[in-house]
Design a protein around this ligand. Structure first.
Ligand code: 5AD
Ligand code: FES
Length: 351
């Protein structure tokens, strides 16, 4: 299996892999190959980011959603989800607490909730920017029109996260109801990038029906898009969804994909996700050791945390922001990294 090592070397040399080569790597991986990959991934992580892990304060401001994605616990059809919206004051209070804890990026994430109109969203972005001009604002609020994205950018949003979920059209159809399409999703990502957002995409590892060929397409799409961020985490079933009885993704494959992403686009902002921390108590540390360089602890008020339940057994739902902040610095310190408190822009376009 020497050629697999050759493929990793090829990837490191910035050559493009073919779809078939991606499939080979993913299908025939073993722990020795992963070790080889992670060592190289850490080398690039160190080159661009030293031992610094960026922290983003995540504010889950609404769990209302008009969409009905089959995997997601806050899908419209889930009658048992306890719905909530944070008020603008509550959102500002989260930022206040987060700023005090050293966060210089706020991520506003929510379902696609029409209650938050374009005007309301722009107002919230403007308020945060006015109070915290030294902070970056990231939005993660789903598919919108080009014009809406443009106006949010003009209002002061710096970054946008929208996972493509899977680059394969048919597989996208297996995960989403009719009406949502991978073409639309990808177009949103091109729009975001064109506007000038630092743009994040991503996908779930081990989602129902996913094959190495689908993951290969994800890598090809990401190579083409050249996003600034890529969030990946294992699929984890949620008990009130059509995928309740599907198996969860594995830590092992998630880590392997993180390593591949670090080598393919070495300057990427790559989170060690909460989902990874949920299926393995040391998942986030392992993610960092496979090449990840971002963590996104929760700043949402403890009273609503449990309600933003995309999947079962999500960690940190009982903790205050300060506890997560301390816990993460300790965990990261133990493996020889440090939690950075600056904005943590993509290396090439730091202001
Ligand atoms: N398991 C893992 N990740 C999930 N997401 C949504 N539902 C699940 C689940 N059941 C991810 C999606 C989405 C992001 C916010 O959370 O990839 O884009
Ligand atoms: Fe939330 Fe450890 S990160 S308690």
């Amino acid at each position: 299996m020497d050629f697999l090592y050759g493929l990793i070397d090829k990837l490191e040399a910035a050559s493009h892999l073919t779809k078939e080569e991606w499939v080979q790597l993913i299908e025939n991986r073993d722990s020795q190959l992963s070790g080889y990959l992670f060592q190289k991934a850490r080398k690039w992580q160190r080159r661009y980011f030293s031992n610094r892990i960026y922290a983003r304060g995540l504010i889950e401001f609404t769990n209302y959603c008009k969409n009905d994605c089959y995997y997601c616990g806050i899908r419209r059809s889930n009658q048992d989800a306890a719905r909530y919206r944070l008020t603008e004051d509550e959102i500002m209070e989260c930022c206040h607490i987060g700023y005090g804890l050293g966060f210089r990026t706020f991520v506003l994430q929510g379902g696609e909730d029409g209650w938050f109109t374009q005007e309301k969203l722009e107002g919230i972005v403007r308020s945060i920017k006015a109070s915290y001009p030294d902070c970056a604002i990231t939005l993660s609020i789903g598919e919108r029109t080009l014009e809406s994205y443009q106006r949010l950018f003009q209002a002061g949003a710096d970054r946008y996260l929208l996972r493509h979920e899977t680059a394969d059209t048919a597989h996208y159809g297996r995960l989403h109801p009719p009406g949502l399409s991978s073409d639309k999703r990808k177009q949103c990502l091109w729009d975001l990038k064109g506007i000038g957002f630092q743009t994040g995409t991503g996908f779930m590892v081990g989602s129902p029906g996913q094959t190495p060929s689908h993951l290969a397409e994800d890598m090809l799409f990401i190579r083409e898009l050249e996003p600034h961020m890529v969030g990946i985490g294992p699929f984890i079933p949620h008990h009130d969804t059509p995928f309740a009885n599907e198996p969860q993704g594995t830590v092992e494959l998630t880590l392997f994909m993180i390593g591949l992403l670090r080598l393919m686009l070495p300057k990427l902002l790559l989170p060690a996700t909460t989902a990874l921390g949920t299926i393995d108590p040391n998942g986030r540390e392992k993610g960092i050791q496979a090449g990840a360089n971002v963590v996104m602890p929760n700043l949402s008020p403890a009273s609503v945390r449990k309600k933003y339940e995309l999947y079962d057994n999500k960690i940190c739902t009982g903790d205050e922001a300060a506890e997560c902040r301390m816990c993460l610095s300790r965990r990261i310190g133990r493996i020889g990294y440090e939690l950075a408190v600056d904005r943590g822009d993509y290396p090439a376009d730091a202001p």
